[in-house]
Write a new protein. Structure first.
Length: 531
C-alpha cells in the first residue's frame, strides 16, 4: 500500500557527527493521535488530532494522508469535527472551550466560546449541535451566524461523540453513566437506549440503521439495536478507542494513539493507519537497560531487542495521570510528573501509583540525586524543587520555563531554561549559565562527564563538558518539535481531567554513550550510538 506521511515534520535523514549512527527504535506515527473522524463529501476520512493541533484527510483505500489544517492553521487541539452542506468544517477545540469553523477557502474563525470542554459536534438538516465533556454537561444548538446558543439538555454526565438517528432523535453517550441516551432535537427528557457498556465515547449510525459505538475503557466496538438496546461485539481493538465513521457502508474507528482501523467483518480488523506514539515526551533508563517512554495518556517500555510494550494508560488501574517526564526508581518502579500537578511513584506491573507531592501547576522534568532525593521543575512559575525525606523545598525560582533536569554524580543540578534559551546549573539558590545562545533547550542528560541537551528549535543534539565548554553537535535535522519556522502551541487543560498539556522533548543517555531521543516531530524514539 503506497502511503504518504501525515505529520508536517517530514524530516529527511538527520546528519550525525563522524563516529555516530542514528536509528529508529519505533516507527513514526503518521497521525498526531486520532480523535474525531468524519467522512467528507470527497469520500476521504477527516481526522481531528488534539495532540498535534491538526486536521488531516485520509484516503480510505490508499491510506494517503493530506494536511487540511496544521500548526498555525487556525484550529487548535481539535477533538471532533463535522461538515455543513456548504463544505464548512466545524471543529470543537477542547482545550480552548470553543467551536471554530474552517471555510473551504482555508480561512478560519471562532464561531462560539464558553463551551466547557467542547467535544462532540454534529450537523443535521441545517442544525449544528455541540456538547460538553464535563460532569454536568450541556448539549446545545449553535447559531451559525454567531447568535446565542440554545440549550437542549443539561446536567448530563459527560457527553461525547453523538449522531442523529433515523427517527430524528439525538443519540449520545452519557459517558459518566456508562449508558447511551437519546433526546428529541428540541430537548425534553432523555431516554436510556442501553446500559452496562465499556464506557462509550461515540455513537454513530451505520447507513443500515444500527448504532456503532466505541468503548474507550474496554476497547470494544459494539453494534447496538437502537430499538431494543441489544448489543453485539464487532471488534476488540484495545483501550483508547475514540470515534467512528463510515465510507460507503465500510466502518472505520479511530484510536487516541493515532491509528484508524477498518472493521471488515465481525472480529476482523485491518489498520488503515498504524498506531504509534502521539508525542513522545519524557524518557528514562533503568539499570537493566529498559527504556521508559512517557506519552501523555499512555506509557511504554522498550527493552533491548524487543518491541515497544504498552504498560499503562489513562484507563488502566492505578495510572498516575497524564505523564510528562520520568526517572527510574529501581526495578519496575518509576517516578513521574503529571499534568494533574502530581509527582508520583508508578509501578506499572502492580498497577499502583503513590502521590509523593501534589498541588503544582505545570510540573515538567524530574531526576534523582546520587543520595536518592528527587529534583523536579515547575514550568510556570519557573521553579526548581527538591523532595527529600518527604519534604519539598525550593532550590531556585524566577526561571523562564524550566523544563528538563539532570544531576551530575557530584550532585550538581542542571536545568534546561527553555524560554531563556540556556542551560543552567543551580548553585546556592541561583541559576548560573552553563550553555547559552540556544533556541529551545529541552531534553537534558549527564553521562560520562558530558552534558547533553536537545535544542528543539535547532533540531539538534549538543554535547559539551560539564562546564559548557567544548560544544559539539552530535546530530542535526532531528524529527523534534514543530515544523521548521512554526511554533507548537502550548496546549491548555482538558476540563477537570487533565492540566495543561505542555510538552517536553525527552532525552536519556546510557552508560555506553547511546543517546535516546524523543522524536516527537514524527512520533518515534531514536537511538544515537557512538561507534
Amino acid at each position: 500500500m503506497a502511503q504518504t506521511g501525515g505529520r508536517e515534520t517530514e524530516n529527511g535523514i538527520a546528519q550525525v557527527a563522524e563516529g555516530w549512527s542514528l536509528s529508529r527504535l519505533t516507527r513514526p506515527c503518521r497521525l498526531n493521535g486520532a480523535n474525531g473522524i468524519r467522512t467528507g463529501a470527497d469520500g476521504r476520512i477527516y481526522v481531528a488530532q488534539v495532540a498535534g493541533s491538526r486536521v488531516s484527510a485520509v484516503d480510505p483505500d490508499s491510506g494517503d494522508i493530506t494536511a487540511v489544517s496544521g500548526i498555525g492553521g487556525g484550529i487548535t487541539a481539535p477533538d471532533d469535527l463535522v461538515f455543513d452542506d456548504e463544505g464548512n468544517l466545524y471543529c470543537t477545540e477542547i482545550t480552548k472551550n470553543r467551536v471554530s469553523v474552517l471555510a473551504p477557502n482555508g480561512t478560519s474563525r471562532i464561531l462560539a466560546g464558553n463551551i466547557d470542554t467542547a467535544n462532540p459536534i454534529t450537523f443535521h438538516q441545517g442544525r449544528l449541535i455541540v456538547g460538553e465533556l464535563t460532569l454536568n454537561a450541556r448539549i446545545m444548538e449553535l447559531d451559525r451566524n454567531g447568535g446565542a446558543p440554545k440549550v437542549l439538555l443539561e446536567n448530563i454526565p459527560m457527553v461525547n461523540a453523538f449522531d442523529v438517528g433515523p427517527d430524528g432523535k439525538l443519540y449520545f453517550p452519557a459517558q459518566g453513566a456508562n449508558e447511551i441516551w437519546r433526546i428529541g432535537l428540541d430537548g425534553g427528557e432523555p431516554e436510556v437506549v442501553t446500559k452496562d457498556l465499556g464506557v462509550p465515547d461515540s455513537v454513530k449510525f451505520h447507513p443500515d440503521g444500527y448504532i456503532v459505538s466505541t468503548q474507550v475503557y474496554s476497547g470494544q466496538v459494539l453494534k447496538i439495536d437502537p430499538r431494543t438496546g441489544e448489543k453485539e461485539l464487532l471488534a476488540d481493538i484495545g483501550p483508547g478507542l475514540d470515534n467512528v465513521t463510515f465510507v460507503n457502508g465500510r466502518t472505520f474507528v479511530s484510536h487516541i494513539t493515532g491509528s484508524i482501523h477498518e472493521i471488515t467483518a465481525p472480529g476482523v480488523v485491518k489498520p488503515l493507519v498504524e498506531k504509534g506514539l502521539q508525542w513522545p515526551l519524557g524518557l528514562a533508563l533503568a539499570e537493566d537497560g529498559t527504556l521508559f517512554v512517557a506519552d501523555g495518556g499512555f506509557t511504554y517500555t522498550l527493552t533491548p531487542g524487543d518491541e515497544i510494550e504498552l504498560v499503562g494508560h489513562l484507563f488502566s488501574q492505578g495510572f498516575p495521570g497524564w505523564v510528562r517526564d520520568v526517572v527510574s526508581d529501581g526495578p519496575g518502579s518509576w517516578i513521574v510528573t503529571t499534568a494533574v500537578g502530581n509527582l508520583a511513584r508508578w509501578n506499572p506491573a502492580a498497577q499502583e501509583s503513590e502521590v509523593l507531592a501534589s498541588g503544582y501547576d505545570l510540573l515538567m522534568g524530574v531526576a534523582r540525586t546520587p543520595k536518592g532525593a528527587v529534583v523536579f521543575t515547575q514550568g510556570d512559575p519557573g521553579r526548581v524543587l527538591l523532595l527529600d525525606g518527604g519534604e519539598v523545598s525550593e532550590l531556585a525560582t524566577g526561571l523562564a520555563v524550566p523544563t528538563c533536569i539532570a544531576v551530575a554524580p557530584d550532585g550538581t543540578v542542571y536545568v534546561s531554561e527553555t524560554d531563556a534559551g540556556r542551560v543552567v546549573r543551580i548553585t546556592g539558590g541561583r541559576a548560573e549559565t552553563v550553555i547559552d545562545g540556544l533556541g529551545q533547550p529541552e531534553g537534558l542528560a549527564v553521562q560520562g562527564g558530558k552534558l547533553y541537551v536537545i535544542d528543539v528549535k535547532a533540531k539538534a543534539l549538543i554535547q559539551t563538558d560539564l562546564s559548557g565548554a567544548g560544544r559539539r553537535v552530535l546530530a542535526s535535522g532531528l524529527p523534534v518539535g514543530a515544523p521548521e519556522g512554526l511554533i507548537a502551541p502550548r496546549l491548555g487543560a482538558i476540563g477537570v481531567f487533565c492540566g495543561p498539556m505542555w510538552t517536553i522533548t525527552g532525552l536519556a543517555v546510557g552508560p555506553d554513550g547511546t543517546a535516546y531521543i524523543a522524536g516527537n516531530g514524527e512520533g518515534s524514539v531514536l537511538a544515537l550510538k557512538p561507534a
